[in-house]
Ligand binder design. Structure first.
Ligand code: PAF
Length: 282
């Protein structure tokens, strides 16, 4: 399907557009992105199209979720290619505000979260979830969608925004979408573009180590031992591990050891100058 999405840049235009959608009795699904769209984002848009009549994709590289030494300035910005991909999919609208539109002069509010935001990414990127929760909260309020699609690739983020929508009564149903992977298992990410050919060949080790850890847990290994073994495997390939952890799959709290507790394995590691994350269910 090819039909050009409407591009809106201001909150006023966005509200006019979403009111028009609502007056047609259409349900709206939002797909929040930072652009540099790849097949993983396309899967989010397709899932959004299954649950709602109108799909709005936001494209905004959100400065508040990047730390001072992180890759905000080199994060890929590929609007024209993104527009073409969304046209091919038949997305209805793109919301592409600039930083002044999102954070006008004097902006002084930050949404900080605990619960699923505690630990893991927060131990290494302390600004990250306040930045994500603040911008996602603003996107939800501006767009007032019925649904929002988020990838399981960013599993902790998925749990954080689910909690955010509940806690602030934002009324947005979060639709989780499974991770899209390359044939060798590497999870798709806009940051994969930073990898050299040599690094790209090594990168799937995170996924293969997590898969072995899940098998080991199913076979009776303790989650702590299985996670440590996965960390050792990843380190042996030359990556610098931030964490490999087994957590409660819903709350992301440390495991209690209760029988039948749902477990998620999550990992983050540096491959050269690129930080990769991945996770799987056990
Ligand atoms: O996952 C992302 O691309 C970003 O964290 C999000 C949800 C668009 C917020 O900036």
């Amino acid at each position: 399907m090819t039909s050009k999405p409407v591009v809106v840049e201001t909150v006023r235009e966005l509200k006019a557009l979403t009111s028009a959608f609502r007056s047609e009795k259409a349900r709206i699904a939002l797909v929040p992105t930072m652009g540099a769209l790849h097949a993983g984002h396309m899967a989010l848009v397709r899932r959004a199209q299954e649950v709602a009549e109108k799909v709005v994709v936001s494209i905004f590289v959100n400065p508040t979720q990047f730390g001072p030494t992180e890759d905000f300035s080199r994060y890929p910005r590929t609007f024209d290619a993104d527009f073409e991909k969304l046209s091919e999919l038949g997305a209805d609208a793109i919301y592409a505000p600039d930083a002044a539109e999102m954070y006008p002069r004097g902006f002084s509010t930050r949404i900080t979260m605990s619960g699923p935001a505690d630990g893991l990414e927060s131990d290494f990127r302390p600004q990250f979830f306040a930045g994500v929760a603040t911008v996602v909260g603003k996107l939800f309020i501006r767009c007032a969608p019925d649904f929002a699609a988020f990838g399981e690739k960013d599993y902790q983020q998925l749990k954080v925004v689910t909690r955010l929508s509940k806690d602030l009564d934002l009324g947005v149903e979060i639709v989780p979408v499974p991770t899209t992977r390359e044939p060798d298992g590497l999870a798709l990410s806009s940051r994969n573009a930073y990898l050299s050919a040599e690094e790209r060949a090594i990168a799937p080790v995170i996924y293969t180590a997590l898969k072995s850890a899940a098998l080991n847990i199913r076979g009776g290994a303790t989650p702590v031992d299985a996670a440590q073994k996965a960390a050792d495997t990843i380190t042996a390939k030359g990556l610098k591990v931030d964490y490999v952890a087994a957590r409660h799959a819903e709350t992301l709290a440390p495991l209690s050891g209760a029988e039948g507790e749902p477990i998620r394995l999550l990992a983050a590691a540096w491959l050269g100058g690129t930080r990769l994350i991945d996770n799987i269910g056990v």
